[in-house]
Design a protein. Structure first.
Length: 443
């Protein structure tokens, strides 16, 4: 079909998508608010502007990304010219989550289209209003045989996973990621799994505590903590822990006021099921700040917990909400003992003024990505890969990697005819020493 090979078709499709999302930005912002009271600032900062930027960047660079890449040939193949061709996988399934329902549906879609694939997008059924707008955008921007949006719940997802795909891109929980991987394995379908985990945030005794608190509060309570790369728990050096807690409390109040429920800048939990789960995590815990809740709009205040037991529910699974446990440590052995209890996280954060300490932590622990002296911001750089490792995910994307992820890298050697070295051909008698010399020379 034309869109699998014709680069101009892909660019025109992306340009049309760009015009459509720009036209519908107000609708998207309203839909995100209707789904869980996401403030317009966060909607623009983390969702709509990101998609517009990604589209412009992709359209600008697509010609360069798509052309065959010439690589240095092997002397053993002399004379030849060697290339990597970028080939679309074919039919791609994209399954998007509810926490950033717009950005995490359209970003992989942009990449899959740029690479020349046919795509089916399955938005989250939990973000009902945003999913409806996504369906309208896709219907308005693409031909039906090129891109389709399928709405529905678990049964629809199960039906889609039962079909054969050439590539599956899933963003969501580890539990569902395992289901996706199992379904993909039936047909040996390659997958990208963007998952999550318990992301540690270490604050040592040299950190700028006031600034650290400000950046932690922003990264943790952005989207009411419903962010896969949000700090999941703090590991504060015991010498500075009391002072850090005081700064955290002050920064939460500065950000959201004395009653965050009245703040226009604090979102809500996506639905009743997830809200009740958050309350379960608070049971039998020492709440030192926040903890207020209201079922009327699935509100839970920004909440700080002091020294939850490591075997408690809140420390057994990813929190994915506005609850921040604070643990103390005295030595690097303490850090190792706690962090190593869990699977490899999607992110890890370090607040310190000792570069040697930061480098030691980066080298010691395996994680998807992270920051030194900030949180979350590594996601924003198109030149950095974004993805997990182990249980926190498979594969990485963003920027040029988006295109590469949805493209099969096809190796091609174009051999010249003006010279044909006879060494490789049988019979081999008397050629072994010459072969060894050649291999040693070119190794």
């Amino acid at each position: 079909m034309i869109f699998k090979t014709d680069l101009n078709y892909r660019k025109q499709a992306l340009l049309k998508l760009l015009l459509t999302v720009q036209k519908k930005e107000t609708e998207i912002i309203q839909a995100l608010y209707d789904d869980f009271k996401k403030p317009a600032f966060e909607a623009v900062a983390t969702e709509t502007s990101y998609i517009v930027s990604e589209l412009k960047y992709t359209i600008k660079n697509l010609n360069n990304w798509a052309k065959p890449q010439r690589v240095l040939p092997s002397f053993l193949n002399f004379p030849s010219s060697d290339f990597i061709y970028k080939e679309p996988y074919g039919k791609v399934l994209i399954m998007a989550p509810w926490n950033y329902p717009y950005q995490l549906a359209l970003a992989p879609l942009i990449a899959a289209i740029a690479a020349g694939n046919q795509v089916v997008v399955k938005p989250s059924e939990l973000a009902v209003n945003t999913s409806r707008v996504i369906a309208e955008i896709i219907a308005e921007s693409f031909e039906e045989q090129h891109v389709q949006c399928v709405l529905g719940g678990v049964e629809v997802s199960q039906n889609l996973l039962s079909q054969r795909w050439d590539y599956i891109f899933f963003t969501g929980s580890v539990a569902v990621g395992k289901i996706v991987a199992k379904a993909a394995a039936v047909h040996l379908t390659p997958v990208t799994l963007e998952l999550g985990g318990k992301n540690p945030c270490i604050i040592d005794e040299t950190a700028d505590l006031k600034l650290a608190a400000k950046r932690i509060v922003w990264g943790k309570f952005l989207n009411a903590g419903q962010t896969c790369i949000a700090p999941d728990y703090l590991l504060a050096h015991e010498h500075i822990k009391p002072k850090l807690i005081a700064y955290l409390k002050a920064e939460i109040t500065l950000a959201y006021g004395e009653n965050p429920q009245d703040s226009p800048d604090f979102p809500r939990i996506i639905n009743e099921k997830n809200w009740k789960r958050q309350l379960q995590l608070l049971e039998n815990q020492t709440v030192i700040f926040g903890g207020q809740s209201a079922i009327s709009d699935f509100y839970l205040a920004p909440t700080l917990l002091d020294e939850p037991p490591l075997d408690s529910l809140v420390m057994q699974e990813e929190i994915f909400g506005p609850i921040l446990p604070i643990l103390s440590y005295d030595s690097e052995a303490d850090l190792d003992k706690i962090i190593s209890r869990y699977e490899k996280p999607l992110s890890l954060y370090i607040f310190t003024q000792q570069n040697s300490f930061a480098e030691k932590i980066i080298d010691r622990f395996s994680f998807g990505g992270g920051c030194v002296n900030d949180t979350v911001i590594h996601f924003a750089n198109k030149r950095l890969p974004f993805g997990g490792v182990g249980h926190s995910g498979i594969g990485a994307y963003h920027g040029k990697l988006n295109f590469q992820l949805f493209s099969h890298q096809k190796a091609i050697v174009k051999k010249a005819n003006w010279l044909d070295i006879p060494l490789k051909y049988a019979p081999y008698q008397g050629k072994l020493q010459s072969l060894k010399k050649m291999l040693k020379w070119f190794s």
